[in-house]
Each structure stands twice: as structure tokens, then as C-alpha cells.
Design a protein around this ligand. Sequence first.
Ligand code: B12
Ligand code: SF4
Length: 360
Amino acid sequence: MTELRGTGGTRGKRGKYDDHPTVRMVREQQRAEPGPAAPVDEPLDADWLRRLCLDAGADDVGFVDVDHPDLAAERTYIDEVLPGIRTLIGFVLRTNRDNIRSPARGTANLEFHAASDDTNEVGRRIARALEDRGIRAANPATGFPMEMHRFPDHTWSIPHKRVAVAAGLGQMGIHRNVIHPRFGNFVVLGTVATQARVSEHGEPLDFNPCLECKLCVAACPVGAIANDGGFDFFACYTHNYREFMSGFVDWVQTVADSDSAADYRDRVTDGETVSMWQSLSFGADYKAAYCMAVCPAGEDVIGPWLDDRRRFTNEVVRPLQHKEETIYVTADSPAGDHVRRHFPHKAVKVVNGGLGPPPS
Ligand code: B12
Ligand code: SF4
């Protein structure tokens, strides 16, 4: 009889749980249909696994050995997801482009939230399908929830961008988002970690779909993206993530510091208060993502830009640049100067970035 692991039984001896109905039932089943109780060590066929992932709803997929050198720096966090990971299954789901491009933030955020939910659901389906075959697998979130107890240090478990690049699903553009050769940057990235080995791994793309057109540089309201691909994390984080982690901390501090309702309403507009309510109720809203919105790269995306660049700029880039809105910056930051210089019609609001101690 196959020894059942985890029942406390010792081979040849009667164990404490031998008479439990579940233990008896499982042992009966194993006698009737002997099969692998633990994952078999044969690698999974890559074509079979690819089909499984596409059937689960992925738009593209690639496999990476967890020992890939590009993941070495992140192993402590990756290994936390599941013991004994051997393969990372990287996959992408397309997003609806015109939602992401919409200057109406509700329309763009609906797509970010819906596409992230779909991606989590696809990861869950892949993990479930593997589990049903006796293979251990887990799907960490595409974004949130994260390991917030480590905040502000490394809060994510799996660096999906690095996995996607190693899996051959795209390359990072100047704006540091992964650009898929066909779908462009209009993708959400997901990863499933599994103990299984896979017969073939992906190879990084041999070209970068980024055109170096710099539309992302021109569109970012806080100047977070440099021409050479440098990225001002704090500028992006302070504005775009105003209603996420640190922005929320800053808002709570403002509430705590206010002397009265009137004082609070001097510091925070009603629009900002209800926007925070909306983020807390329906999922935190991004303030921009304009770098992603304007990117013309990718076989399925590039057509309108190639046909008529002026028209593309007028229809896609200008509405975001011309939008009148509040831009959040920290005091004396290059981001503040950037908004005042390039987007004088946008209101600048100086806030506490929230990563350090509260302002005195
Ligand atoms: C951390 C993070 C961020 C950070 C940093 C972004 C970045 N460039 O890394 C912030 C909060 C700014 C951010 C913003 C956005 N993000 Co984000 N983010 C992540 C996250 C959790 C990890 C990214 C990562 O691996 N970074 C490390 C390496 C691989 O990237 P890197 O560019 O070399 O990172 C450097 C800097 O970011 C910096 N850094 C990172 N964190 C921190 C923290 C501090 C305190 C400091 C000082 C520096 C710093 O140091 C890194 C090493 O040099 C992933 C989800 C995940 N679990 O993977 C999503 C992810 C990368 N984000 C995504 C998206 C969509 C966005 C936004 C468009 C959000 C939005 N809707 O507005 C913007 C785009 C900003 C941009 N141009 O990059 C997508 C990208 C999809 C794609 N096609 O590539 C991901 C993959 C989520 C997903 N599952 O699809 N994000
Ligand atoms: S907008 Fe242009 S420069 Fe920026 S990432 Fe996309 S293709 Fe590259």
C-alpha cells in the first residue's frame, strides 16, 4: 500500500489517524486506483503546458527555470511563494487599449482593475489545473495584495517583468514597462510558480519592440521617464500612487493633524476626499499611466502611428497632456519643476511622499 504522507502514520505501525474516516477513504481510493501521490519528476511537456495556459485564458505564455541568473537577486522573495519551485510560468493578458488611453480616469482604471482581476483568475485556473494533476503550484498576485509588512522595502514576491523578459514575452521599453512584440505594452503580466520542471524554456526576444520614439517621455506629467530610460521612481510613485500606500498614509496624517472639519477642508478638496473614498471602495485608482497609454510599439498597435504620426499624437497624446488635473509632487522635487515648466495648466500640489517619517 502507498504510504500516505502527512497522516502521522509510521510505516508498519498503526498511526494516530488510521481510523479517521478521511484517511480510510483516501487509502481505499489509492488501493482502487493506484496513482502518483507525489508529483512525478518527469518534466512536463512544454507544448502541453502551453496549451493548458492558453485554454485557461492567457494570451501568451513562456517558461523560465527558477535558477535563471536574471532572477538570482529576487530568489529570497520568489522562494517565499511555494517551497521547492522549479519553474515560473510567465503569461500575459491583453488590455483594451482605448480604455487605458482614455483621459477619463474612471475608464482607464476600470480596465486596469478588470484586467488585473482577469489575470489573477487565469493564474488561479492554471494553478488549479496543475494541482488537479498532483503538481504543486501557486499563483501570486499580478499586483496587489502584496507583502505589506515589509513596506517600504521589497513588497512584491515575484518580479513579473523580469520573468516575462526571461520567458521571451517581451522586452522593457524606455518607460520600463514590458513591451510584447505583438500586443505592445497593453498587457498585464502574471506568473505561476510550480514545483514541476518543464521540457523547454523561453529565450529572451532577440530585438526590443521599443521604437525609442520618446512619446512616453513627453506624456509623463511628472517627468519620471528620462530619454535614456532612467526612471524617477519617487516622481511616479508620489503622483500616480497618490491613493495607494504612502499617499494613503499622508492622507491619514492630514486627517489626524487637522484642527477641525473646516481646517481639513482647507487642506483637502472634496474631490480629493471622495476620490480616496472611491479608491477604498472600488480598488485604488492610478492617477496617470500615460507612459503606457501613448506607447505605439507592438505589431497589433503600431499601425495608426505608422500611418499618421501627427494624427496619432493629436488623438492619443495631446488629450492626456492637455488634461487639467492636479499633479502630486514632493517639495523641491524635479517633478514639481517639470509640471510647472511643461504643463502650466495642471495644478501642482505639494504633498509628503509618505515613505519617511511624518512631517514635523
Ligand atoms: C514596484 C512596481 C512599480 C513601482 C516601480 C516601477 C518599476 N519601473 O519597477 C511603481 C509604483 C512606480 C510602479 C508604477 C507602475 N506600474 Co508597476 N509594478 C511594480 C511591481 C510590484 C514590481 C516591479 C519590479 O519588478 N521592479 C523591479 C525591476 C524589474 O524593474 P526596474 O524598472 O528595473 O525597477 C527599478 C525601479 O523600479 C526601482 N524601484 C523599484 N521599487 C522601488 C522602491 C523604492 C523605494 C525605490 C527607491 C526604488 C524602487 O528599483 C528597481 C531596480 O533598479 C510589478 C508587479 C510585480 N509583482 O512584478 C508592477 C508592474 C511592473 N507594474 C505595472 C504597471 C502597469 C505599472 C503602471 C503603468 C501603473 C499604472 N497603472 O499607472 C506604472 C508604470 C510606471 C513605469 N513606467 O514603470 C505592470 C507592468 C506591465 C508591463 N507591461 O510591463 C506590472 C508588471 C504589474 C503587472 N502584473 O502587470 N510599479
Ligand atoms: S512610447 Fe516610444 S520610447 Fe516609450 S516605451 Fe513606447 S516605443 Fe519606447
